[in-house]
Each structure stands twice: as C-alpha cells, then as structure tokens.
Design a protein around this ligand. Structure first.
Ligand code: PLP
Length: 381
C-alpha cells in the first residue's frame, strides 16, 4: 500500500554546501556569525521587523519575550486556549498566571471580544497565535492593548510570510516569535527567531540572548571586555543551524508558492463536499493572507471526525487532529494557582472536529486527488 505521511521535510539543495562553508571556510560554528546575521537581516528587511535575533526554537524566543517584558509572579497573561504548550509555558516559567481566551466561533484564532472580557488590573500582555498561518485580527488586538497599556506578543510560529492588512506577521506586536521546526514552512530542524518591533526592548534582548552578558556589544568592538549584567540564557543557535536556514530562506518564494498551490487545490477539490454539507472548509478572514502552512477541514461532529481519521489511516493516509484546550490539560488541573480554568467552548469545538490533511512541498497532485477521493469514499461507504 502506498502511504502518504502528514509531513515530509523539504531540502532546498544548498543546505549542506552552506554548512560545509560555515564549518570549513568560515571556521566559526558557534552563534552570531555571518550566517546568523544574514538570516536576521533577511527577516528585518523582508518582513519589516525592527530587530531580529535567531534562537534555538520558537519556545526559546517566547521565553526571551517573557523575560524581556519583565513578567513577575502574579502578573496575568492572556493566551489562546487553542495553541501549543510553549505559548503558555514561557510565561508560566516566569511565574505568570495564565488566563485563557477562546477562539473565534468561525476560526481557531483568538477572539478579541473574549480577550476584552478577560482583561483585569493585573493583565500585562496579550499573546496571539496566528493559527495555520492566518494572522489574527491585529487591528482589534492592538486597539485593546493600547486602551489598556498591554504588551502584544505574536506567536508567529506558523506564520512566516503571512500578512494582515498589508503588514507581515511578526512585524505588528511589540515582540514576535517564529519557528523553524521541521514541521513548519521554512525549516532548520530545530530553530526559531525573536522579532523585536518595540525598540525599547532591543538593547536588553541582546544581553538576555548572550547568557546575560554584553558580549554582542563586545563583538562589535564597542567594549574592551564583556561582563555579566543581567539574567539570561543560551538562546543562540550555532552557525550550522543558521547555514541550513539560509539555504531555506533563499528559496522561500518557491516554498510558499508550492504550498499555497497545494492549499488551493485542496480547497477547489473539497468544495463539492462542502456544498453537499458533509464538511466545512477553512474560512479565511478578508484582511488575512495565509501562507499555505496548513490545510484543515471541520467535520460535523467529533465521532465523524474520528471515524474519518481512522478510515484514512487504514488507507495509508496520515490525517491528524490538533490541540487539546490547554485549560483542560493535566498541568492546568494540577495548578489552579497558575492557570485560570474558565472553559473555552469554541476551542473545544476545534479540538474535537478539526482535522489536518497532509501538506508538504513534495505532495503531488495525484496524492491530493487520492486524499480527496478517500474522504469522498468515506461518505459513500
Ligand atoms: C511549532 C509551534 C511552537 C513551537 O515551536 P518550536 O520551534 O518547536 O519551539 C510554538 N507555538 C506554535 C503556535 C507552534 O505552532
């Protein structure tokens, strides 16, 4: 039986040549070398991010963000219920109390109306996640943040090259975080990036990034020696990671075009099933321009979703569900002092009825047709 995996990492071709160059020619394989700086400049220039710092993961970039905004025990941070654990964990590590906000009714992204309801005197920050590379309603989020003097952090792990009303994901909030994990559009195995748009965080970010020292300024020749001046950790990836990433970023247009083409093909072929009322296709809000990161379908009820998933699995097609609402996690149950456990019904609905279809660069038109035919045969059987 031919099988179709959910994801296959895509190699652009120059990854190994660049790694060899970093190791053999540049003789600089620790962090913050030429390849890292090339990648950072790419994010600053192409996406309009004020200052970019490569990190070892998106999780690390979020942890840097929590340190940078100086979260103190008891501060409240509003986080979507429907997201990956790192979005919340980064702030829990600093002692924050997490208040989960629900998804919109028609899309998994955070609902600004629910965010507004959850702001208190102790709220410090709103963290948004651009689910499936579809940017949240940043007009509404920024307006709430301004009115209540809150920091906005974008978890743009899935949203490289996505846009909202003409601006790139990761360039809008005070801070933002990207991921180059092998399941994202642009990859480096593990890797991430912190975007700093509010210049007031720029100087301290470099220090936290370099283990709490001012080594970055020292490397630029601004200081005679470097010393310990703040808290920090080892957030820089090596040049090996950055060299791999550069090869990917140079081909970003090719990657995005193919992924969006696959996304559109799915949409076109599944439309007739939606018209028969069998499933619902993603509804992309008008101001958001998505990046082909993910294709998901919404099934009418949890049981049908699970049956279809098993039906496809038996036919060699790996379709997968996604997040469980974080307020229902074992960690949240054990730590009522850290987690506000108000239920989020829309998040639960996406958790129970959403299913993601295989989407990767090398997925062929024939495989897309096989996947759609299999979904159709499920209903006809
Ligand atoms: C992938 C992902 C992360 C984690 O990224 P890492 O680079 O693996 O740390 C965080 N948030 C979201 C929304 C993600 O999709």
């Amino acid at each position: 039986m031919e099988t179709i995996p959910f994801n296959k990492p895509f190699l652009c071709g120059k990854e190994f040549a660049y790694i060899e160059d970093a190791v053999v020619n540049k003789l600089k394989i620790s962090g913050n070398g030429e390849y890292s700086q090339w990648c950072q400049k790419f994010f600053e220039e192409r996406f309009g991010i004020h200052k970019a710092l490569l990190t070892t993961s998106c999780t690390d970039a979020l942890e840097m963000a929590a340190i940078l905004i100086d979260i103190q025990p008891g501060d409240e941070v509003i986080v979507p219920s429907f997201t990956f654990v790192s979005t919340a964990n980064a702030f829990v590590l600093r002692g924050a109390r997490i208040v989960f906000a629900d998804s919109c009714v028609d899309f998994p992204n955070i609902d600004p109306v629910d965010v507004a309801r959850k702001i208190t005197k102790r709220t410090r920050a709103i963290v948004v996640v651009h689910y499936a590379g579809v940017v949240c309603d940043m007009h509404a989020v920024q307006a709430l943040a301004e009115a209540n003097r809150l920091v906005v952090i974008e978890d743009a792990a899935q949203a490289v090259d996505s846009q909202f009303d003409g601006r790139y994901a990761g360039s809008i909030g005070d801070l933002s975080a990207f991921s180059f994990h092998e399941t994202k559009n642009v990859i480096a195995g593990e890797g991430g990036l912190l975007g700093i748009n509010n210049p007031k965080y720029e100087a301290r970010a470099e220090i936290i990034w370099e283990k709490g020292t001012n080594r970055s300024a020292f490397s630029r020749g601004e200081l005679a020696k470097y010393s310990w001046i703040d808290i920090g950790s080892s957030f820089l990836p090596s040049e090996v990671t950055a060299a791999f990433l550069r090869a990917q970023l140079e081909r970003i247009e090719t990657i995005q075009n193919r992924r969006k083409e696959i996304w559109n093909n799915y949409y076109g072929l599944l439309k007739r099933l939606e018209e028969r009322g069998l499933l619902a296709l993603p509804q992309i809000p008008p101001l958001a321009e998505q990046n082909g990161h993910m294709f998901f379908i919404m099934m009418p009820d949890p049981q049908t979703r699970d049956e279809l998933k098993n039906y496809m699995g038996k036919r060699g097609i790996s379709a997968v569900t996604h997040y469980l609402p974080l307020e229902s996690s074992p960690f949240a149950e054990k730590h009522p002092e850290l987690i506000e456990r108000m239920m989020c019904p829309n998040s639960l609905h996406f958790s129970q009825c959403l299913m993601r279809l295989p989407l990767f660069f090398a997925l062929t038109q024939k495989e897309i047709e096989t996947i759609v035919d299999t979904i159709e045969s499920f209903y006809d059987s």
